[in-house]
Design a binder for this molecule. Structure first.
Ligand code: ADP
Length: 400
């Protein structure tokens, strides 16, 4: 069974065609600059890359070009669009309209349209792509939400202390993001721990990339996560400020003379590693600046590690224990220094990292970096969000 996974941004469309019988990626690629100058597709198959530059006015044009590549006589992977049995769409926000991955019919499409304003930078692009697929293709379309894995959070964890009627009227509460990643790595961790006959009830997953979030996974289910109504909340990130006193936002807006919209942009794009260090939002560049003696880069690094450590403490208490910490994402998988800084001096919690081994681990596989005596397992697990989307799409389609 072949499933096409698509991830639409406002001017981009990434895709992977996956053979679900062996869960292997057949081909993948991305369309850039949809609706703007310089639009092109790069399609990767069997180690070769095919680039086509072509004006693309909208997501329908982009999707048609994807299908042209997939069915290309010379390097295509399928002979007919009918070979695709379903399309799985990554959608950022579910609001309260959806709690799990959903087959999209006309009614579900209307529901999805009604919540587009909750993620104005993301959901409208997914909708545009979804509508294109629904009109061009005859196979089922399934939406898989970034918020989905977090739908099991209890009210005490997900509600903000605003008047309850205002929450009911606006759906404003904590939703959490990176759900497909937290789900994938927690499931991988559980399988690994079960195999080793180790406890696996209480897991903290740290997805650390340009955007970062930490999730408490109890008995396989999310009970709390660090991002909020939007991905701005929680940790300091590449360009996002993370948690900040809401009253300080007004003060900053006055100081910078910014509107509320501009302020949201400022907090999302000019803060975080970039704002604190003045160097870069990119973690590798931050580490380079630290090596060169830049103190503000070091401060941003220290803030990041400190905040994650606090989540380890609070989520251990929330779950009543800790069996395993998982690191994933570009930084989590490739940043030994941050893993060491996060786990440093936490023997009192049973957390002990093997510093030497952690410094240079094999890539692209699950790696156990815990010291021999560590009560808590510390794992580095490469994430695979597309595979989660494909698996959920398959499950939804099979249940139709
Ligand atoms: P996104 O949230 O956009 O998916 P990624 O998960 O790809 O981001 O993570 C991007 C981050 O990972 C960047 O800050 C980058 O510097 C960092 N990163 C990538 N490779 C390394 C590396 N080898 N060492 C340290 N950081 C890395």
């Amino acid at each position: 069974m072949k499933i096409l996974v698509v991830n639409a941004g406002s001017s981009s469309l990434k895709y992977q065609l996956i053979e679900m019988d062996n869960e292997e990626v057949i081909c993948k690629g991305g369309v850039e600059c949809i609706g703007i100058e310089g639009s092109k597709i790069s399609h990767k198959v069997n180690g070769a890359e095919h680039v086509i530059e072509k004006p693309l006015t909208n997501h329908t044009d982009a999707f048609n070009l994807v299908m042209e590549c997939l069915t290309n006589k010379e390097y295509g992977s399928i002979s007919s669009p009918d070979e695709i049995k379903a399309i799985g769409h990554r959608v950022v926000h579910s609001g309260e309209a959806f709690t799990s991955s959903t087959y999209i019919d006309d009614e579900a499409l209307k529901k999805l349209e009604s919540i587009a304003h909750l993620a104005p930078l993301h959901n409208p692009a997914s909708l545009a792509c979804l509508k294109s697929c629904m009109s061009i293709m005859s196979c089922p379309n399934v939406c898989v939400f970034d918020t989905g894995f977090h739908s099991t959070m209890p009210p005490k964890a997900k509600l903000y202390a605003i008047p309850y009627e205002d929450y009911e009227a606006t759906q404003i509460r904590k939703y959490g993001f990176h759900g497909t990643s937290h789900k994938f790595v927690s499931q991988e961790a559980i399988a690994y721990l079960k195999d080793k006959k180790l406890p696996y009830s209480n897991i903290i997953t740290c997805h650390l990339g340009n955007g970062s979030s930490v999730t408490a996974v109890k008995d396989g289910k999310c009970i709390d996560t660090s991002m909020g109504m939007t991905p701005l909340d929680g940790l300091i990130m590449g360009t996002r400020c993370g948690c900040i006193d809401a009253a300080a936002v007004e003060m900053l807006a006055e100081y910078k003379n910014l509107s509320t919209k501009e302020m949201t942009q400022y907090l999302n794009k000019q803060c975080g590693f970039l704002g604190v260090s003045g160097v870069s939002s990119d973690f590798r560049k931050l580490c380079g600046a630290i090596d060169a003696g830049n103190e503000r880069a070091k401060l941003a690094f220290d803030m990041f590690a400190y905040q994650i450590r606090k989540y380890l403490g609070s989520y251990s208490v929330a779950m009543g224990g800790l069996d395993c910490i998982v690191f994933t994402g570009g930084i989590g998988e490739n940043g030994p220094t941050i893993r060491e800084a996060i786990c440093d001096d936490l023997q009192f919690m049973g957390i002990e990292i093997d510093k030497e081994y952690n410094a240079d681990i094999p890539r692209n596989q699950l790696v156990d970096v815990s010291a021999k005596n560590s009560k808590v397992k510390i794992l580095v697990i490469p994430t695979n969000e597309e595979l989660v989307i494909a698996r959920e799409t398959k499950d939804v389609v099979n249940s139709l």
